[in-house]
Design a protein around this ligand. Sequence first.
Ligand code: PGA
Length: 244
Amino acid sequence: MTDFKPTIIPTASEDFAATAADAIWDKISQIHSPLTALPTGSTPLDVYKHLLSAYGERKDVWGQVRYLSLDDYAGLEDDDERLFQNWLAREILDDSGITHRTTFNSNAADPAQETARMEQWIADNGPIDIVVLGLGTNGHIAFNEPGSSFESTTRIVPLSSETREANAAYWGGIDQVPTQAYTLGLKTLASAQHIFLLVSGAHKADILDKVLNGPITEDVPATVLRTVPNVTVIADKAALGLKP
Ligand code: PGA
């Protein structure tokens, strides 16, 4: 297996959001109707704020972006505020003016049919142009938890207790975090034309070191990103284990 080296853009922590926003904007504005998957989490929050403050006026560009769900909780009603598609609507999609949205139907009666629908939609409308990812402290990307096959496609997965704990803070307790989620698979993500992995904070230093320098293994799902070119890691110095 070829071990592609991702491009790494190191930043001071105070420059992280602007650096990531500028890099994402460069791609979004260069590609016609970019099919773009965006992450939730604390890492991208300021990135979205910067995208809106620096480029929010460019409705000509935003109006062409096609947003694609990266992952989402399963079993919730369309208007549930916990849905990632609704979180992203609040943080970036509504204010930027991204109206073309392809999302998981969280409450689908038949999850297998829903995952097949999404995979077929991507086959018909892809390739995915831009995927932006956060990194879980256990190495997950989207909801591909450790042990996920590098060949995995869109599917419904049980959430690990570590991931549910990490998400509990947003919703006032672990009992508010659904136990299952839809996610694009590792193969689906790796097929994207341009992939950004955003990593900030010293608490991510160990896992980022494994992702960049450890063995390529399904135990650390993000190492799939070393099997493809066109991956850019934007990381602050704390996450890279460097002195600030
Ligand atoms: P975080 O989440 O940005 O809140 O650290 C990343 C992730 O778990 O994917």
